[in-house]
Design a binder for this molecule. Structure first.
Ligand SMILES: Cc1cc2nc3c(=O)[nH]c(=O)nc-3n(C[C@H](O)[C@H](O)[C@H](O)COP(=O)(O)OP(=O)(O)OC[C@H]3O[C@@H](n4cnc5c(N)ncnc54)[C@H](O)[C@@H]3O)c2cc1C
Ligand code: FES
Length: 366
């Protein structure tokens, strides 16, 4: 038995060393020279080979969505690589369906530019821009959530749809030597073209949220690119069901401003989940929306109300509040934002209430 374990350990060790050597050789020895990337059969870029397709495109101002910052853990950076991409990598498989693979869809953050390539990207990505901005407002709205207003300082205007997101860039800072970027939903009204609002939670040890919560102050300069995403308010008459937990509030705020400022009188109900009363925020805004939108109702629910909170509202998860207050009706559209488990259980609940799956839109934040 001991011999078997030793053999397994030796083989694993050799395989690891070989994989490491290949990676080092690829990084330091391989010289792929200049490579051409043909995009949508029209544009052509000449790039230095060896980097990922994602970083080659981004450094040429073609911003592909990449919510996880290129770590291979969000699946947002898909594009078609019709030639020159090499075989599909193990690190891509969990984000590619069979039909993706058949249609040459790849994760651009994993594919390296080693040969000339032909790729296809959605046309709307040519409109994504990089912006320079300065922090105009930074305030704690709960012990772990900050509201930021970023004023655009480079003379550009941002045009987006209510529900879309941007990618905020954090430069190196003490404790983190690399530039990182992450996705944040736009919380402001689409009519505000010169600034954006963001709602950013603190994640212990998280690279970008540590930058925002511990290093970024009013007056500081920042950069972001966008807008991105196919999660946005659809132009229909259907009743709107809004569901969010924590920072998932951000895109819902933008959708509510859209309804109010454009005088869209669709019936809307917002189910918002938090743990305790201290985790509730934007309550003044919600009262304002209830006053100004005749068909709007805000239903907050607390999963762990404290006795001293004297909470009179709903108790439990958002799905409990929905079970109680949401009528079964197939003529509704739902917009959900928050963690994957919350989205998954809410989708199941909405389907039980008769909302067709193709009328349920969501952004998973993790
Ligand atoms: C489309 C989209 C929109 C988003 N909008 C918002 C938004 O409006 N506001 C907002 O605050 N966030 C939003 N996010 C999440 C955001 O992009 C980051 O993932 C999050 O802020 C953590 O980034 P970080 O760099 O601090 O953590 P990282 O350095 O990426 O992660 C550090 C560790 O924390 C874990 N982790 C990451 N996120 C969470 C989390 N939420 N809870 C617990 N653990 C976590 C990671 O798995 C990792 O182990 C959105 C995500 C997507 C995909
Ligand atoms: S950028 Fe997230 S998977 Fe590629």
């Amino acid at each position: 038995m001991t011999n078997i374990w030793i053999t397994v350990a030796v083989i694993t060790g050799i395989a690891t060393v070989l994989a490491l050597l290949l990676t080092l050789a690829d990084a330091f020895i391989a010289d792929y020279g200049e490579r051409r990337i043909k995009i949508n059969k029209e544009k052509e870029l000449v790039v230095e080979g060896g980097s990922t397709l994602l970083s080659s495109l981004v450094s040429n101002q073609l911003f592909i969505p990449s919510a996880c910052g290129g770590k291979g853990s969000c699946g947002y950076c898909k594009c078609k690589v019709n030639s020159g991409g090499g075989p599909v990598l193990a690190t891509e498989l969990s984000y590619l369906s069979e039909s993706d693979i058949k249609n040459n869809v790849r994760l651009s953050c994993q594919v390296k530019v080693k040969e000339d390539m032909e790729i296809e990207v959605p046309e709307e990505l040519f409109n994504v821009k990089q912006f320079k901005a300065a922090v105009e407002i930074s305030k704690d709205v709960t012990p772990k959530i900050k509201f930021l207003r970023l004023k655009i300082t480079d003379g550009q205007e941002i045009k987006f749809k209510a529900g879309q997101y941007i990618q905020l860039i954090a430069p190196p800072y003490p404790g983190n030597q690399e530039e990182v970027y992450r996705a944040y939903s736009l919380a402001s009204y689409t009519g505000n073209l010169s600034f954006i609002d963001l709602v950013i939670g603190y994640v212990e040890g998280g690279l970008l949220t540590t930058y925002v919560h511990k290093h970024l102050s009013v007056g500081d300069n920042v950069a972001f690119n966008g807008p991105y995403g196919d999660f946005y308010l659809q132009d229909t008459d259907a009743e709107v069901v809004l569901v969010a937990v924590g920072t998932g509030m951000a895109p819902i705020l933008s959708i509510l401003y859209e309804l109010k400022n454009k005088g869209i009188n669709r019936k809307a109900t917002f189910f918002f989940g938090a743990r305790t009363i201290d985790d509730l925020f934007m309550l003044e805004e919600m009262s304002m929306f209830e006053r100004e939108l005749p068909n709007f109702k805000f239903i907050p629910t607390l999963s762990k109300p404290q006795p001293e909170d004297n909470w009179q509202g709903e108790v439990g998860r958002v799905t409990d509040a929905m079970q109680k207050h949401l009528k079964a009706d197939s003529n509704q559209e739902a917009y959900l934002c928050g963690s994957a488990p919350m989205i998954n259980s809410t989708v199941e609940m909405l389907k039980k209430k008769g909302i067709p799956e193709d009328k349920i839109y969501y952004d998973k934040f993790d």
